[in-house]
Structure formats: structure tokens, C-alpha cells
Design a protein around this ligand. Structure first.
Ligand code: WTA
Length: 629
């Protein structure tokens, strides 16, 4: 059991240095007039034309922010630093999986790289509003590619580098990308993952793709189609790649990126985010909630293929003019102290990771951490899944040596940036994500839409629109309204269940829909089921999430076999590998169980709730809609 009242006061050194000392005052003023608060935050950034209105809610739930303004996130993330002393400051330090490989970029040289990539994209006919798919591992070119798209007003669609060719193909086709940026291969624990080959398989059936740009990374041999594929280093030598590339000023509401995420059907949906509001929300949360300082070295370990990476690896540190740090490798390769070695060597001040990584490292024991000097750390951040109190304490006591603020924060691909957090100076409750950020308010509702009393579980909703909110679902405006705004009109439905305690702290319980968070990765049951069903031995199946000590949740599959197939251990292994290959290794089921029949409603919908309850040995609940035998 967690003790909701165990308040932990932040260490004095954190309090002394915090950007926001009077956190209660900030929450009160921003809460009293959120629009005025966001306007004040926006004034810290550059706009080539000021806004007419901060928030236009006349077409709600299609909210618009900073209407009439012109800007570009690259103006704020890169260009504006070039006329200051930051020009020669490190913008990015990158370390390979082989940690002897290091690349560094000042703001000046980052700009040169972005200009080069942007010139190349332009020369290939990429125009404002076109979608470019980026399928890259964590290497500096992912910064260049994302920023280059933004610079010319193109829309990036980053696909996580662990997705299979089928999953990549579905995302390329849906977005009608003209161009894909990838690598020959990526390093994963000393072996090469053949990313170019996956792209080849994915684009074979993608009529929209005209060009594929390939960054040389592992030096692996790949097949190049001369009519479609281009080595990036060869393009970079051409005259078209040289020279200045102007940052296009776009409308604040023009799309910056789409990011596919899982929903309740097999077809992933893409959240649409825009230049203006998104940059304001990132800048504000990075300063107030994550306490970034001018001289900080900031390491967010997420992958830009997920929203945490897009927001807090790529854009947020650059908007605040800090030094971003990126590592290509995993936390345990070649040894479970590689992260702490990097913290020590590079003097990292703020570190943002996921609960699964914390739990994984915790299991290796304290000595791997304590043999390193991690005293540069001041801010420790976690998001993506609930940070259980035990992992919270380890992060705080062992990694942070009780000198750091542990900042949990709750949000989603759709929200673009954090919504609930524990501000650095705020007393912490391990296990709680904190309170709504300045300018936001939440409620917990019952099925009928009534607010429940403190301490009671219910559906978590956001009460206020916010600048980094998704504007719609790409090409699916009706689905946007239906998914987020129809259950409780006027409130944004998060899809999570939660409770708020007497002190206003939010405790996230988990998803209420068909989404499973596995090691912090967001996976839809429907996509897993589609992959399992494509195995010849399977007639039908259901995927459910069950608690897992390290991963938070693990995928369990309950399957009915096709005629003529017998369940066996080999078949289980085969189905698991099939999902890994056809969807992604991150979606590989933990277990596969064979049954004769799946519980279904009379209308034929699989009752995953019943399967979960059975697996957990719980009461199966109301079975009145269960199909009659
Ligand atoms: C879960 C990740 C508990 C939640 C940023 C949400 C969390 C989903 C937390 C979105 C947290 C995110 N504590 N649960 N601090 N942060 N979640 O879109 O279920 O990958 O709805 O965005 O992750 O996942 P997504």
C-alpha cells in the first residue's frame, strides 16, 4: 500500500536554485487566468508577427492558439541563439553505443547541419505541408532531420526505429509521405539492426514515396535503388546542399509534426501538433517544471519516435538554449553502469527517463551507480508510466543521493507536453504524478460525468485547453471529437483512470481503454492482435496487459487455434517471434495461452476485461452481456 500522506520535502540545494520558488503562488496565478499565463510564457519567445488572440475556442473542441501569429519552432530552438553568445555553446553532445564515439555540435554548427539537410529536402521537392517520414535511431541526424523539416514548413512523422516493415508501411501510407529518411543500420547491443532493409520492405508497396535518404551509420552493406535511394553524405557534397537556408515563417497553427500512436482499432492514429502553441508549452514546462538552467546539460533518454523524445529530447532543451545530451545505446549495454559513467563523464545536470529503466537498473544493485560521481545531477525526471514508490525512492536516494528533485510527470502523445507534475520546489509524494501544471486543471469523473470525492477512482479528464494540445487526428477529425471530447463534452478525456487525494495530488492508476503501456511504450491491443492473427495457426485471439514487476505491464495473448493445430511450447515461441518480426520486438507477448473459446459479448466483441480478471484471479464482474453458450 502507498501512503498518500508521505510528503518528501525537496532538498535545500534544489529549493535554492529552483526557477520557481513560490510554486503555490505560480499555481494560483496561472490557475486564476490560464490564458494570461500562457500569453506571458509566449512573450519569452520570438514571433515574426504577434498573435491576435491567445486562445480561440469558437470552434471547440478544435481549439486554436496564438491565432494570426507567425513563427517557426526552429527560430526559437536554433536561430535566435545564433545572435547571442550561445552561438558557440554546445547544443548537442552525442555518444555512440560504443562510447568512444563522440560527436559534438555548437548551436552554430547545429544550424549548419540543419541548413544542409533542409537544402537537400528542398532540392528533392519537399514543400511546406508535405509529410516526411523519419525512421532513424538515436543519432545526431535525427535532430537535423526533424529540425530541417520544421525549418521549411514540412511535417515530420517520426516512426520508432524498432517498428517492423509492416508497421512502418502502414504509417508511411497513411501519411502519404513522399520521402523517408533512414540509416543503413543501427546498433543494438553490439549487433546491427538492418533498418534500410526494413525500409526497402516497407516502401515496396508505398506509392507515395519518391525518395529515400540513407545516412551511413553502421557501414553495413545495403541495396540502393538508384531511382529512389540516395546516400546522405553524397548529397551533402552537392552544390544544392550548400549555403544558407532561410527558416520559413509559418502560421502558429500550421502543423509541425504528426506522431502515430495506438488507439482502440488496429489502425494507428496520428496526433497533429503545431508550431506556435507547442513551442510555448515546451518552453514553459522546461523552465517551470523541469527547472532547466542556462548552463545545464540535459539528458532525456527517450527515443524521438515517442512523444517524450520529440518534446524533451529534441525541441525543449534547444528552445531553452541548454546543452542536450543524447546516447545511442541502451542503459545496460555493455554494462549496467554505462549511464552513470556518462553522467559522470559529461556532468549531466538533468536526467529524464522512464520507470522501466529505473526499475531495470535498480535490480542490478546500488554499487553500479555509487562507484561513479553523479554529483552533477540536480533534477531527476520520470514519465510514461507510473513510477512506483520503491523505484521513486531508489532514484531519489541512490541515483540522486538525496540531493536531487525527483519529478514525475504525466501526459500523453496527444497532450504534446506534460500536464500533471511535481514542480521542483513542491513537496513530493512518491507514487503520485503531482498536481496539474500551471494553467491546467483536472477532474476525476464517474461514468455519468459527476466529479467523485477525493480519494475515489474514476476517469481522469483535463478541464482547460492547453497550447500543446493535439489539434486533431490526422485526416480523422470525427475520430478526434469522438475519442477525446464526446464522453464528457467540454472536457478532454485522457483514457486513464486516476484519483486525486485530499491535498490535490493526482495518482494515476492506468489506462481504461485498449492501450497497454509496456516498458513505457504505448501499444494498442488491436495491433498486437492483428499481428498474432496473421500467424497461420491462429484463428482468433485477444491481447491483454497484465502487471509486470519491471515493465509495468506485459502483453499476454489468449488465442484460439485454427483447425488442425495443436498448442505446444514451440508454437508459443513461434507466435511470440512472429509478433516481434511483424510488429516490433517491444510488442513481443510475454505469454501465449491457448483456449477453446474467447469470452464475447452478444454482439461479438471480445471481453478483454473478463480475460484480465480471470488471469488475475479476480471477480469477473458483470457478465450479463456475455454471449450465451
Ligand atoms: C501513461 C507518454 C503514470 C498514461 C508521455 C498515459 C503515465 C500514457 C505517466 C500516454 C506518469 C504517462 N504516471 N502514467 N507519469 N506518464 N503515463 O502517449 O497511461 O506514450 O495515458 O505518452 O502513458 O502514453 P504516451
Amino acid at each position: 500500500m502507498t501512503d498518500d500522506n508521505a510528503l518528501i520535502r525537496p532538498p535545500q540545494e534544489v529549493l535554492d536554485e529552483a526557477n520557481v520558488q513560490d510554486w503555490e503562488g505560480l499555481l494560483a496565478t496561472a490557475g486564476a487566468d490560464p490564458v494570461a499565463f500562457w500569453e506571458q510564457e509566449a512573450a519569452e519567445l520570438e514571433w515574426s508577427k504577434p498573435w491576435e488572440k491567445v486562445l480561440d475556442d469558437s470552434q471547440a473542441p478544435f481549439y486554436h492558439w496564438f491565432t494570426g501569429a507567425r513563427t517557426n519552432i526552429v527560430t526559437n530552438a536554433v536561430d535566435r541563439h545564433l545572435t547571442t553568445a550561445r552561438r558557440n555553446k554546445l547544443a548537442l553532445i552525442w555518444v555512440g553505443e560504443d562510447t568512444s564515439k563522440v560527436r559534438t555540435f555548437s548551436y552554430f554548427s547545429l544550424n549548419r547541419e540543419v541548413e544542409q539537410m533542409a537544402n537537400i529536402l528542398r532540392s528533392m521537392g519537399v514543400e511546406k505541408g508535405d509529410v516526411v517520414t523519419i525512421y532513424l535511431p538515436r543519432i545526431p541526424e535525427i535532430y537535423f532531420a526533424m529540425l530541417a523539416c520544421a525549418k521549411i514548413g514540412a511535417i515530420h512523422s517520426v516512426v520508432f526505429a524498432g517498428y517492423s516493415s509492416e508497421a512502418l508501411n502502414a504509417r508511411i501510407d497513411d501519411s502519404e509521405s513522399k520521402l523517408v529518411i533512414t540509416v543503413d543500420g543501427s546498433w543494438i547491443n553490439g549487433s546491427v539492426f538492418p533498418m534500410k532493409q526494413i525500409v526497402d520492405d516497407a516502401v515496396k508497396f508505398s506509392p507515395s514515396v519518391e525518395n529515400v535518404i540513407v545516412v551511413r551509420n553502421t557501414g553495413t552493406e545495403v541495396t540502393m535503388d538508384p531511382t529512389r535511394d540516395h546516400w546522405y553524405h553524397e548529397l551533402a557534397r552537392l552544390p544544392i546542399a550548400q549555403g544558407h537556408c532561410e527558416t520559413v515563417q509559418v502560421d502558429a497553427e500550421d502543423p509541425l509534426f504528426i506522431l502515430y500512436t495506438s488507439g482502440s482499432t488496429g489502425k494507428p492514429k496520428a496526433a497533429v501538433h503545431t508550431h506556435g502553441g507547442y513551442q510555448v508549452h515546451l518552453s514553459s514546462t522546461m523552465k517551470n517544471c523541469l527547472d532547466i538552467h542556462e548552463a545545464d546539460r540535459w539528458w532525456c533518454t527517450a527515443d524521438p519516435g515517442w512523444i517524450t523524445g520529440t518534446s524533451y529530447v529534441i525541441y525543449a532543451p534547444l528552445i531553452r538554449g541548454a546543452t542536450a545530451f543524447m546516447a545511442e545505446g541502451s542503459p545496460v549495454y555493455p554494462y549496467p553502469d554505462v549511464w552513470w559513467q556518462l553522467v559522470e563523464r559529461y556532468g549531466i545536470n538533468g536526467m529524464f527517463t522512464a520507470p522501466t529503466a529505473i526499475r531495470t537498473l535498480m535490480r542490478f544493485g546500488d554499487a553500479w551507480v555509487t562507484k561513479h560521481d553523479t554529483s552533477s545531477l540536480r533534477i531527476l525526471v520520470s514519465a510514461g508510466e507510473p513510477l512506483n514508490p520503491e523505484a521513486w525512492r531508489w532514484f531519489h536516494d541512490v541515483v540522486g543521493q538525496r540531493r536531487c528533485a525527483v519529478i514525475d510527470n504525466w501526459w500523453q502523445t496527444e497532450t504534446g507536453a506534460m500536464q500533471v507534475t511535481s514542480l521542483p520546489a513542491m513537496p513530493k509524494k512518491p507514487g503520485s504524478a503531482g498536481k496539474p501544471i500551471p494553467g491546467q486543471a483536472v477532474a476525476v469523473l464517474d461514468e455519468e460525468g459527476h466529479e467523485v470525492p477525493p480519494g475515489t477512482d474514476g476517469f481522469l479528464v483535463l478541464k482547460n485547453p492547453w497550447p500543446s494540445m493535439l489539434r486533431t487526428l490526422f485526416k480523422e477529425p470525427e475520430r478526434y471529437v469522438e475519442t477525446y471530447w464526446s464522453k464528457y463534452p467540454g472536457y478532454y478525456l485522457t483514457g486513464d483512470s486516476a484519483r486525486v487525494d485530499e491535498d490535490g495530488y493526482v495518482w494515476i492508476i492506468g489506462r481504461t481503454d485498449d492501450v497497454i503501456k509496456v516498458s513505457g511504450h504505448r501499444i494498442g491491443t488491436a495491433e498486437v492482435e492483428a499481428a498474432v492473427n496473421s500467424h497461420p495457426a491462429v484463428a482468433e485471439c485477444a491481447a491483454i496487459g497484465l502487471p509486470h514487476e519491471v515493465k509495468g505491464n506485459a502483453i499476454h495473448v489468449v488465442a484460439v487455434l485454427a483447425n488442425g493445430y495443436e498448442g505446444s511450447r514451440e508454437l508459443v515461441g513461434d507466435i511470440r517471434s512472429h509478433v516481434s518480426e511483424h510488429l516490433s520486438p517491444i510488442a513481443k507477448p510475454e505469454a501465449v495461452e491457448f483456449v477453446d473459446k474467447l469470452p464475447k459479448t452478444r454482439s461479438g466483441k471480445i471481453m478483454r476485461r473478463v480475460l484480465r480478471a480471470r488471469a488475475l484471479g479476480q471477480d469477473e464482474g458483470d457478465l450479463s452481456t456475455l454471449e450465451n453458450d
